[in-house]
Write a protein that binds this ligand. Structure first.
Ligand code: NAD
Length: 271
């Protein structure tokens, strides 16, 4: 079934960080399905990135691979330069790259803390700053979109729900919430739209060990009123919507894609 025009992204260019797997890969494909050319950033998994590329180009749009670490200022600038050299100015950026390094607080080393904050929060800052600079330089292209640029962060339900033994991760996503909202407030008048998706439990590599552990999936399902683990495609479609003119009046919002996980399901029938 053809997408309505407001959901189409034809003639637009997108960059997705951490697009060699999971939600980043699914979002790259969803953006391509809507007609955008997609620059696929990866850090180390060239095989995964190649898979994303072949699935993107099979949809009839252009794709390109860009290696780079989002925690490195030089890499992020080079990543935007490379994307722009291939496709021209970017219209859409999905800041998705993220990681976990769990542990009880007394055993959490400074390295474990920094590993997560440097990717999930500093990486998001570096990506966002560069996206805003480039959207500003480009300005509006009314023939392709009502906004001068669309920046979407990948946050988490843990921007709201505390998460014991993962204080570094929850702190990074809590920080990301106010980074997103503050930047949105700062640049919305330039018609730069900034929003976030907040996934719940989505079946990807990041939580594979937890899902595969004895009873792990059943424990997760207790926290999901909708009764199923999410798929990367569930989030990819939300990202494509936030990138499109169908969401043109959505500014500084977090879209929870979590099957109801953030509804405090433990309180069901026990208020
Ligand atoms: P994933 O492990 O498949 O994807 C993470 C991606 O980020 C990988 O491709 C990885 O290579 C990349 N990455 C990590 N460090 C990087 C760096 N320094 N530079 C560039 N890329 C880097 O897992 P995922 O679940 O798809 O995670 C994607 C995002 O979704 C993360 O930000 C994560 O916090 C968020 N998220 C996931 C879930 C979930 O349940 N899966 C829930 C909420 C939020």
């Amino acid at each position: 079934m053809a997408l309505p025009d407001t959901l189409r992204l034809d003639g637009q260019t997108a960059l997705v960080t951490g697009a060699s797997s999971g939600i980043g890969q699914a979002a790259a494909i969803a953006l391509a399905e809507a007609g955008a050319d997609v620059a696929i950033n990866y850090r180390s998994s060239l095989d995964g990135a190649r898979e994303t590329l072949s699935r993107v180009t099979a949809l009839g749009v252009r794709g390109t691979l860009i290696q780079g670490d989002v925690a490195s200022q030089d890499d992020v600038i080079a990543m935007f330069d490379a994307a722009q050299a291939q496709f021209g100015p970017l219209d859409i950026v999905f800041s998705n790259a993220g990681r976990q390094k769990d542990g009880p607080i007394a055993d959490m080393s400074l390295d474990d803390w920094n590993a997560v904050i440097s990717v999930n929060l500093t990486g998001a800052f570096l990506t966002a700053r560069e996206a805003i600079r480039r959207f500003r330089a480009k300005g509006l292209r009314p023939e392709v979109s009502r906004a001068a640029g669309k920046l979407i962060f990948n946050s988490s339900v843990h921007q709201r729900i505390p998460w014991a033994f993962r204080a570094n991760y929850a702190a990074s996503k809590g920080g990301l919430k106010l980074l997103m909202e503050s930047l949105s407030q700062e640049v919305a008048q330039e018609r730069i739209r900034i929003n976030a998706v907040a996934p719940g439990a989505i079946a990807t590599a990041i939580n594979e060990a937890e899902r595969d552990s004895d009873g792990g999936e059943a424990e997760m399902l207790k926290l999901i009123p909708y009764g199923r683990i999410g798929t990367p495609e569930d989030v990819g479609r939300a990202v494509a919507w936030l990138a499109s003119d169908a969401s043109d009046y959505v500014v500084g919002t977090t879209l929870f894609v979590d099957g109801g996980m953030s509804l405090y399901p433990e309180f069901r029938g026990n208020g």
